[in-house]
Design a protein around this ligand. Structure first.
Ligand code: KG4
Ligand code: ZN
Length: 344
C-alpha cells in the first residue's frame, strides 16, 4: 500500500492525516482553532498562523501514531499549498518540505479546493469503501471560502467552470447566522433553526446571474436578510421582538434562496456535458438541505453522486492525501521550491 502523510493549514484548522492507496484513511487528526477566533467573529490570520506553528508538529506525530506508521512507511508527503491565508499556508508548506527533505520522499502540493472534491471517495474501513467515480465528472465545492463548479477529466486534470463572484455559500450562512444571533461559525446552527421554519415565509432574492452563467453570487441575499431583520437607512430596529418561529422562518427562507442557485447551476452544467459522476465537498456539504438539492439534481440526469461522510466535509488533511495518491501515481510530484499561493 502507498502511504501518504498529508498536512492541512490553509485557514483555521490544523490537520494531519495518513492515507493509503488514495482511499483508506488510517488517521485523520484535526485541531480546530474556532475557540481562538470566536470572540472576533471571524478568522484572524496572524492568530491562525501562530496556532499552526504551535500545533502542527504534535498533530503530525499523532497522525503517524494513530496510523501505526513510522516515517519509514511513508511513500510521499502531501500539503495544501493553495489557496488560503498566506501566513497559514507557509507554515504547512515549510513543514511538509522539511519532512520530505529529511526523509528523501516525494513532496506533492495540492489545491485545497480540489481536495474537497475528494472527500466522498474516502473511507476509514475497507467495508465502507466507496466505488471509484467514473470520468468525466462534475465537481461542486461549497465551503466557507469557496463556491465553485469543476470539470474533472480525471483526478489530476481539473478545470474550474464557475465560482462565486463575491461571498461563498458558507460565508453567507455564517453571516446570516450572525445576524440571527446564532454565533460563529453558524452554518450548522442556522440549518438546525431552519428545520422548524417555513421556507416560503420571506421572499428573499435568488441570484442566478446570466441565463447561461455557472457563477454564483451571495452578497445580495446577505444584504436582503440584514434589511429584512434590521431595516435599512434610518429605520434601524433590533430583532428582539421577533418570535422563535419568525426567526426560524427567516432561516428557512434564507436557506431556500441560498440553495436554489446550486440546484439551477448543477442542472445547467449537467445539461451541457455527459457527466458520469458528481463529486461534492466542502463544509456546507454537511447540510442536509444541500445534500437533497444535489441528489435531486443528479437523479434527474441519472448521475451517481459522491458526497463525503460528515468528518470529511469540513477541512481535513485526509482529502489531500487521497488526491495526492493520484498525482504520485502520475509522477506529478513537486520540487522543494513549492510555493504557498494565496489565490488561484
Ligand atoms: O470546508 P470548510 O471547513 O472550510 C473552508 O474551506 O472554507 O467549511 C466551513 C464552512 C463554514 O462556513 C460553516 O458554517 C459551513 O462550512 N458549514 C455549514 C454546515 N456545517 C458547516 N453550513 C451549512 N450547514 C451546515 N450544516
Ligand atoms: Zn476547505
Amino acid at each position: 500500500m502507498k502511504n501518504i502523510l498529508a498536512i492541512e493549514t490553509t485557514c483555521d484548522e490544523t490537520a494531519a492525516a495518513v492515507t493509503a492507496d488514495g482511499w483508506l484513511v488510517k488517521s485523520n487528526i484535526i485541531s480546530s482553532q474556532v475557540q481562538l477566533h470566536r470572540r472576533y467573529g471571524g478568522v484572524v490570520p496572524e492568530i491562525a498562523s501562530r496556532a499552526h506553528i504551535e500545533w502542527l508538529n504534535r498533530l503530525v506525530d499523532d497522525a503517524l501514531d494513530k496510523a501505526r506508521c513510522t516515517t519509514a512507511d511513508l511513500d510521499a508527503i502531501a500539503v495544501a499549498h493553495c489557496p488560503g491565508l498566506v501566513g497559514c499556508l507557509i507554515v504547512g508548506v515549510a513543514a511538509a518540505k522539511a519532512v520530505a527533505f529529511a526523509l528523501g520522499k516525494p513532496l506533492i502540493g495540492i489545491n485545497h479546493v480540489h481536495g474537497h472534491l475528494y472527500g466522498g471517495v474516502l473511507a476509514d474501513a475497507p467495508e465502507s469503501r466507496p466505488q471509484e467515480p467514473k470520468f468525466p465528472a462534475l465537481g461542486l465545492v461549497v465551503s466557507g471560502g469557496h463556491t465553485s463548479l469543476f470539470h474533472l477529466e480525471s483526478f489530476v486534470d481539473i478545470r474550474r467552470l464557475g465560482a462565486t463572484i463575491d461571498d461563498a455559500l458558507g460565508e453567507a450562512y455564517d453571516k446570516t447566522a450572525a445576524l440571527l444571533g446564532l454565533g460563529y461559525p453558524g452554518g450548522a446552527a442556522l440549518e438546525k433553526l431552519a428545520r422548524g421554519g417555513n421556507p416560503l415565509a420571506v421572499d428573499f432574492p435568488v441570484s442566478l446571474l446570466g441565463s447561461d452563467s455557472l457563477d454564483f453570487s451571495y452578497s445580495g441575499l446577505k444584504t436582503a436578510v440584514r434589511y429584512h431583520l434590521f431595516g435599512s437607512g434610518r429605520e434601524q430596529r433590533t430583532i428582539d421582538h421577533l418570535s422563535q418561529q419568525q426567526l426560524a422562518d427567516v432561516a428557512a427562507s434564507f436557506q431556500r434562496a441560498a440553495l436554489r442557485p446550486i440546484g439551477v447551476k448543477l442542472r445547467r452544467a449537467l445539461q451541457r456535458h455527459d457527466y458520469r459522476a458528481l463529486l461534492v465537498g466542502g463544509g456546507v456539504a454537511a447540510n442536509h438541505a444541500l445534500r437533497k438539492t444535489v441528489s435531486d439534481a443528479a437523479a434527474e440526469f441519472q448521475v451517481p453522486v459522491w458526497i463525503p461522510a460528515m468528518p470529511f466535509c469540513t477541512d481535513n488533511a485526509a482529502m489531500l492525501g487521497g488526491l495526492a495518491f493520484h498525482r504520485l501515481q502520475a509522477g506529478m510530484t513537486d520540487a522543494l521550491n513549492l510555493s504557498a499561493i494565496a489565490t488561484v
